[in-house]
Design a binder for this molecule. Structure first.
Ligand code: G3P
Ligand code: MG
Length: 351
């Protein structure tokens, strides 16, 4: 990297490439770093701890605000990761705030889905846990469940009547925890036009942060993801309703996710050596190559291929993909064993 590093006297060149890391199955399994990820990531920083190569995490996971995930990743990987370097499946929900202004919306999934939406600026949001707890008997199986669910806080009454106010939007942010209850309550909301227990009505908009059928977690074989939940909900809804379920899924492999990531990486590149280009160019900094390092051919590799240049795809064998050669359906530009191997190859080629 010697010729790209800042040195006294001459204006340093900005790195012309960037990297997007998938998280589950590439960087972590559960909460454990895999594939030499801490060492690999550390190579993207200078000795003084400053960022040398623009990179971000581009995951379909979520459930916590970006700043919280950045903190967790910093601790797990031993480097300083900024919230701007974390793009979660639900990060684009931020752009929908104005569409829902004072509407009641429901946030679904593990973690703190309602806190995330409040963080994005949604003003009237309840988690599905809290919302369900207002409707006595909505989940007939609740008495048989051995876990404790967060109840509606009796001291913090919403300023509106949940039995009158229709739900105007449903946002799935992360993998739902109690599929049975959530399938039931979401059918109630979606079939009735947003008011469980009332008559049939128009389906409110439904958003999924991703459509991953499977992903790699701690367990040796893949786990069912949000896409599997979507299929379950859609199959049931379409059986009990004359209209088909309408929904929008975000996350990889949608090309707009890669476009957004490219913009963030361009800005990060500018912030690394801000004074080396004239103001005009500063606004438009484009990286010549962006590497997507992922474990899921259908999601990560397919997404990078569909996005086209400057994206280039690197497939690891630490997650969903375990093949010997390339994936036959969604072949990557490069296949390696681990994320550390990926970084070795990239730095060798680029630096
Ligand atoms: O729940 C997370 C999973 O669907 C995918 O995460 O990091 O592999 O995109 P990731
Ligand atoms: Mg993955």
């Amino acid at each position: 990297l010697a010729h790209r590093l800042p040195h006294s006297g001459a204006a340093p060149a900005r790195p012309s490439f960037g990297i997007a890391f998938d998280i589950d199955g590439v960087i972590l399994r559960g909460r454990s770093p895999i594939g030499g990820s801490p060492q690999a990531i550390r190579r993207l920083y200078s000795e003084d701890g400053s960022l040398k190569i623009p990179f971000l995490f581009l995951t379909n996971g979520g459930g916590v605000p970006e700043h919280k995930r950045a903190l967790e990743l910093s601790e797990l990987l031993g480097v300083n990761i900024s919230p701007a370097q974390v793009v979660l499946g639900h990060s684009p929900y931020r752009e929908l705030v104005n569409r829902f202004e004072d509407d009641l919306i429901i946030a679904v999934g593990k973690g703190e889905p309602a806190a995330v939406m409040a963080d994005y600026g949604f003003r009237k949001v309840l988690s599905i846990d809290e919302y369900s707890s207002y409707f006595r008997g909505i989940d007939p199986l609740a008495p048989f469940k051995k876990w404790i669910v967060q109840q509606a806080d009796s001291k913090v009454h919403p300023s509106y009547d949940v039995f009158e106010e229709r739900v105007k939007g449903v946002f799935v942010l992360s993998d739902p925890v109690d599929w049975g209850r959530d399938l039931q309550v979401l059918c109630d909301i979606l079939l009735t036009g947003g008011l469980p227990g009332s008559g049939r009505g128009d389906q409110p908009p439904l958003y999924f942060a991703s459509d991953d059928l499977e992903y790699q977690a701690k367990f040796p074989s893949e786990r069912l993801g949000m896409g599997a939940f979507r299929i379950a909900l859609e199959s049931i809804f379409n059986q009990v309703n004359v209209h088909q379920l309408k929904y929008i899924s975000y996350g990889k492999p949608n090309p707009f996710v890669f476009k957004n990531a490219a913009n963030i990486l361009g800005k990060l590149a500018m912030s690394i050596y801000p004074s080396s280009l004239p103001a005009m160019e500063l606004k438009e900094h484009q990286l010549s190559t962006i590497y997507m390092i992922g474990d899921n051919p259908k999601v990560d590799i397919n997404g990078a291929s569909k996005a086209g240049p400057p994206w280039s795809s690197v497939l690891t064998r630490t997650g969903v993909f375990r093949g010997k050669d390339n994936d036959p359906q969604f072949p990557a530009d490069l296949v390696v064993d681990t994320v550390e191997d990926a970084i070795n190859c990239i730095l060798e080629k680029e630096c």
